[in-house]
Ligand binder design. Sequence first.
Ligand code: ADP
Ligand code: MG
Length: 877
Amino acid sequence: MSGRTRSVSPCYVKRNQKDIPMPSALETLVKILKLEQETGFRNTAVIGGLGSFAGNWERDARQQAKRPEHHQLIDELVQLLHDYDGKDSAEMRHDAVKYMLGRITGRIQPERAAQREVPPPQETGDQRLDAAARPPASTTEPVAAEQLASREGEGQAPPPAPREEPARHRPLPPRRGRRPALSPEEAAAKLAALQTPVVALHRVGEKMAEKLNRLGIVTVGDLLFTFPRRYDDYTRMRTLNRLVPGETVTVVAAIRSVARKQGRAGRPYLSVVLEDGTGTLQAVFFGQLWLQRQFKRGSMIVASGKVERFRNETMMTNPEWELLEREHLHTNRIVPVYPLTKGLSARTMRRLVRQALSDHAENVPDYLPEAVLERTGFPDLSWALEQVHFPDSHEYLEHARQRLSFDELFLFQMAVMAARRDWQSVPGQPLAVPDDWLGAALAALPFQLTAAQQRALDDIRRDLARDVPMNRLLQGDVGSGKTAVAALALAIAVHNGKQAALMAPTSILAEQHARNVAGLLRALPSGEHMQIRLLTGSTPSAERDEIYAGLAEGAVHVVIGTHALIQGGVTFRELGLVIIDEQHRFGVEQRGSLRGKGFNPHVLVMTATPIPRTLALTLYADLDLSIIDELPPGRSPVETRVLRPVERERVYSFIRAQLDKGRQAFIVYPLVEATDEQEDSKAAVEEYERLQTDIFPAYRVGLLHGRMAPSEKDAVMYAFASGEFQVLVATSVIEVGIDVPNASVMLIEHAERFGLAQLHQLRGRVGRGEHRSYCLLITETPSDDAIERLSALEETTDGFKLAEIDWRLRGAGDLLGTRQSGVQQFRLTELMNPRLVELAQREARTVYADDPPLERPEHHLLAQRIQALAERRGDIS
Ligand code: ADP
Ligand code: MG
């Protein structure tokens, strides 16, 4: 077998290639090597052997090559192809193919380049854009090779996909060139161009603009920053004889015939038969009969879609397609999939984004300061935008996403720090207490503070003593003793002659606080003189007016209440401290409006939702953080079990046994979807009826769901707390909850629908008294994943650990709930990546420390970008 001949009989690939202009020589070679791999390394991928193919391939490749390295790669590959014919074992051929693929994809470096750590010499901006805009693999430069890397290893054949090995060589994004120093005016003008309404785009009329508006896309900038929901990878090209049903692939083929046909139900469709010399494929188009005119016999198209097998015929239904001459937007690439709205097709959306990119992406001035880019090594903004929409490879996509996710985190952080700076710029009221006063106060408490409580108290005491207003977040599990710490903070304020307010999200919680806090405060030295009042929506008007007056003249020292506290009628004589319980339910604005009631009062926010530290530091970058990560002694953990539906009867009898001992029980149903409260309530109502009638006929069962009026909810909660109901059936509204020390069982249905942190919160509702308590989780999905995830609850009672697991498994959305302000604006990040979150924090702090008002020229664009985002958002001020 001699393969040194350079012009042997034509192989089918070559024959095809005459008709079909393959996107690039490199890609062709990859395909042949893959075929060779799939056919067991018998040197049959090309008729006459791989060596016979080398000559023609070399000619094509040289034409496309642009740089010395390209030619070097071609030299090497041509030699390898020739040598291939001489290899006489499958094993040697296997190694050779693997090596060639490795060289093409850039995984394997030539000897010389291997010693070099950094990518090729710095490119100019022009070259870079050139590389990004080029169709995949159009040259043999490393960029193109990296583009191909993703396709490598996705073939079905042995050997095992090399891509699954930890990547030693991770392709880097192209190096950034020096950016032109823009004058503030120039930069502003460029940024302003992004505000161009979408109608300015070619072929976008009023109607289309309206559809885009529905997606929140008003300007060209919005379009550029509307990122794909997901991507479909159509980069796996196939010849028609090798299509496997069920796979999503891309084919290049000629149109043999086009015909209009009737489906079985009389539904007309368009049948387009494609051929490529190896076989045929029927592409079927429903509902697009008008396409008939565009399909001309003999013209070449690229079609991407799922392969089906129907009555012995290979088919694709409604594939993505385009004529071969066009730029490959919809096929043969990693195709972006956007959020869509009625009347806006995927094709149109891609075309619009493509156009916005072509017209504007190069102009988008990068608002990240050069120093930040330098330190982090992220690619340019325009490159990232290009690649996030139309990625040339999975690696590039990842680089782009990292950059843009970083931006979201970084900008958010900068905005929050600016907000913090604003309110800290006004002097606060220093509230100091002497050690002996505090010592006496601590001695008067019915218990000794845990070490974690003590640390939190130290933080707060230090903050209060400064003349900068405190803005602190106190995190701790349900029952960790936050209230006691809060009570001491209130006492410090009152001791300094100031007023203090404690705000809770529901009146029932406000009342509970009022009872507990008042109890603690009264026990303190001179606590008996303290005027402590409760103010909620249901406070009778006479009493309310009296409290208003008392607050205004200073007779009332501490007021505890709900949103009623931020109503217009409330004025304070001298509000020194505001404590807000359950951060969750209050937005930034509400925090602000209570703060506005005083002369820059200190603010303490308490939450029982454990949020991993890094995440908390980002979302609440305007807050300092104290964590109580320890429960008071003597608390026995709630026994937790994950159960399957078949065990439900046993659970019911267990609950009955508990009720007979005088205990109480919660039975919780999830909110299926926030939008579908009605349905859920219905389900809960039905379940409630079933439980009362069939399961617990001898017991008193109550019902609580999201569609009840607040006063109704409160009434039910009271009835349960006072023991009137023995069982409470509830949707997850009890999450923010109330102390019922007598409740010893919580049954949670459909537990798999909850996040771990949320389940942990729910679980905190039991085990608050001296009774042994149980949390029973029934999962409807028998999937091992669900059970394994939930079993974390059996093993740990550490809310932070559970939150961390949630963060990693399900993203931050779950952890925080959508109502959490600040979360929606993270379009890309999902706040999933702790490393990135930390990096963004570090960079934001660095920039901030350097130039807090962002006044330096290199920060102008950044300042503008933050400003624009803040205006958009409206909630960070
Ligand atoms: P949280 O507000 O964090 O949910 P609480 O402050 O309501 O927790 O405390 C829960 C229970 O534990 C209360 O009954 C409280 O009196 C008690 N408690 C708080 N701190 C301690 C402590 N250091 N030692 C013993 N019991 C404590
Ligand atoms: Mg509490």
